[in-house]
Design a protein around this ligand. Structure first.
Ligand code: SF4
Ligand code: SF4
Ligand code: FES
Length: 260
């Protein structure tokens, strides 16, 4: 694509960062377009993208909302790493080389930095929602540690950075067999909920595809909410699947009851 952007004279004393921003859509030519952006103290990548929109490319498509790392909208890849643009500080990037900003690779491109993440919402709909226990039992007396355990999972902002980085979704395109780490987190939050009565273990094994995760922990590394996705959500779910299906004693008892 044609390089674009000239800075005004008054801005020329500031440090300048070179950005390579992905442009295009399925119907339009695709490639990286170069922009020069003056860097200010405290600036994040989303500020630079807004500068580019304001000064050079008003039609640059980008999704954002809170600019506070809480809505999960501004997910993109910065120098190839799935990141929230509003949380990625310019002073944390090497500015002696261009900063590459591209859309999430795991999902279909809508335009420029915007992808169609609707597949994720379809996965969410497949999960049995919270199903409360009978309120007339004393099971409603819960331990604080059981409450604390699921609170971690509720921090998820649905940025889908974990979905983007997961090689099962991203490189092997096994979206038909694996719901991805974000929805294993949701399943864990429901399965470990002390007040929930539903049984999602068969779904976790057969449809969510828990066995396809090989615990690389890449999802945990990119989570902006620092959820311990692999250790606290996925591994315990895998253990529950093993207990249900591969424990020989339990398997024999289920066989006797005609449920194996
Ligand atoms: S740990 Fe599992 S879910 Fe997370 S990125 Fe690796 S394969 Fe995907
Ligand atoms: S688990 Fe973390 S990385 Fe994944 S969608 Fe939620 S907040 Fe984003
Ligand atoms: S704009 Fe809301 S998370 Fe970045």
């Amino acid at each position: 694509m044609t390089p674009e952007s000239e800075l005004t004279t008054s801005e020329s004393t500031q440090p300048i960062a070179t950005f390579l921003v992905f442009r295009g859509s399925a119907e339009e030519p695709q490639g990286f377009q170069e922009f020069k952006v003056p860097v200010e103290e405290g600036m994040v990548v989303l500020d630079a993208v807004h500068y580019i929109q304001q000064h050079f490319a008003p039609d640059l498509a980008v999704r954002w909302n809170c600019k506070a790392a809480k809505c999960g909208s501004c997910s993109a890849e910065v120098n190839g790493k799935p990141s929230l643009m509003c949380k990625t500080r310019m002073d944390a990037l090497p500015l002696d080389e261009p900063v590459r900003v591209s859309p999430l690779k795991a999902f279909p491109l809508t335009r420029d930095l915007v992808t169609d993440v609707s597949w994720n919402y379809e996965q969410n709909k497949r999960i049995t929602p919270f199903t409360p226990k009978d309120e007339n039992t004393d099971a409603w007396n819960v331990r604080q540690e059981d409450v604390d355990r699921v609170q971690e999972f509720r921090r998820c902002i649905e940025c889908f950075l974990c979905q983007d980085v997961c090689h099962v979704v991203r490189d092997h395109d096994q979206k038909d067999a694996f719901v991805g780490p974000r929805f294993l987190v949701r399943l864990a939050s429901l399965e470990m909920h002390p007040m929930d009565a539903a049984d999602r273990i068969p779904f976790i094994k057969e449809e969510a595809g828990s066995g396809l995760c090989n615990i690389t922990k890449c999802c945990t590394e990119v989570c902006p909410e620092h959820i311990h996705i692999t250790d606290n959500a996925i591994i315990p779910l895998k253990e529950r699947v093993v207990d249900r299906y591969y424990d020989p004693v339990l398997w024999f008892l289920r066989k006797l009851r005609g449920k194996a």
